[in-house]
Design a protein around this ligand. Structure first.
Ligand SMILES: [Zn+2]
Length: 253
C-alpha cells in the first residue's frame, strides 16, 4: 500500500490491513486530516490542513456528519465492470453503470456517517488484485485485505423475468442472514415494494468471501420501469439510502 500526504508520495511498503486503516482514521481525527483510501490503486491519500489548494484534492472527500458507523469497514462491490457489462436494459443501459453509480452514492452516505468504505472498483473496470485469477477472487481479496466487516455486492440482474420484481438479497452463510434480512426490509420500506425478500443463494462471491457478505439484486434491469428508476438520480439516491438504513439496522446503531 502507498501513502500520499498532500500529494507527495511517502515511501512505504505496508500491507493494507484493518488495523492500519483504523489507525490512519484515528490519527486523522486528532490531526484534522482528510483521508481517502483508493483500493484499486492501494493508495491512502492524506490531506493535512496545511495543504494549500483544497480545491485541487486528488479525490473528493466527504466530511462525517455522524459517527454512527464509526470503526466499521464496509466493502462495496459494484457488480460487473469493464468488459463485463452485466445485464442490459430495454433502452440499452448496462447493469455495470447502475451498480457503480449506486455504490458511489452509498459510499458517500456511509462515509458521512463515520464508516471506512473500500470499493472493489470505483470506475468502469473489472477489479483486479495480485494473485487473483478471476474478478470474483479479486473482489474478495480487496475486501479481505481491508479487513472489511461486511461485503455488499450490488447487482441489477435482468436475466430472469420476474413479476413485480424489485429487490432480492441473497446470503450464503447463516451468519449473513440477518444482514440480508435488514437490507431487504429496508429496500422494501424505502422503495415501497412488498416484493423485497431475502433468501439463500450460492453465488461464488458470497460463498467464498470470509466476512459477512450478501448479494443485493436491487431490481430487474429487464423491466422498463425499473431501468428508468435505476437510471434516475432520485432512484439511485433512494436505493443507496435504503441500503444505508439496512446497514445501520443490522449494526443496531
Ligand atoms: Zn449482476
Amino acid at each position: 500500500m502507498r501513502i500520499m500526504i498532500d500529494g507527495h508520495k511517502v515511501s512505504t511498503n505496508i500491507r493494507t490491513s484493518k488495523e492500519l486503516l483504523l489507525m490512519i482514521k484515528d490519527l486523522s481525527r486528532t490531526f484534522q486530516w482528510k483521508t481517502r483510501y483508493n483500493p484499486s490503486e492501494e493508495i491512502v491519500h492524506i490531506m493535512t490542513p496545511n495543504m494549500p489548494e483544497l480545491t485541487t484534492l486528488p479525490i473528493p472527500v466527504t466530511e462525517p456528519i455522524s459517527q454512527r458507523l464509526d470503526g466499521k469497514i464496509i466493502c462495496l462491490d459494484a457488480g460487473h465492470g469493464g468488459t463485463d457489462n452485466g445485464s442490459r436494459g430495454p433502452s440499452g443501459t448496462y447493469e455495470k453503470e447502475h451498480t457503480l453509480a449506486i455504490a458511489l452514492c452509498l459510499r458517500d452516505i456511509l462515509e458521512e456517517n463515520g464508516a471506512s468504505v473500500v470499493m472493489t472498483r470505483s470506475s468502469d473496470m473489472l477489479p483486479t488484485a495480485a494473485d487473483s485469477i478471476t474478478d470474483d477472487t479479486a473482489r474478495i481479496s480487496i475486501a479481505t485485505e481491508a479487513g472489511a466487516d461486511v461485503l455488499l455486492s450490488l447487482h441489477a440482474d435482468g436475466f430472469y423475468p420476474r413479476q413485480s420484481s424489485r429487490s432480492t438479497v441473497y446470503f450464503y452463510r447463516d451468519e449473513a442472514e440477518s444482514l440480508a434480512h435488514c437490507l431487504a426490509a429496508s429496500l422494501g420500506d424505502e422503495l415501497l415494494s412488498s416484493a423485497s425478500s431475502h433468501r439463500f443463494g450460492s453465488f461464488p462471491l458470497i460463498r467464498y468471501a470470509p466476512m459477512l457478505s450478501v448479494w443485493v439484486d436491487i431490481a430487474s434491469l429487464s423491466a422498463p420501469e425499473e431501468e428508468l428508476f435505476l437510471s434516475s438520480r432520485d432512484g439511485r439516491a433512494k436505493i443507496a439510502t435504503a441500503l444505508y438504513q439496512g446497514i445501520t439496522q443490522f449494526f443496531r446503531v
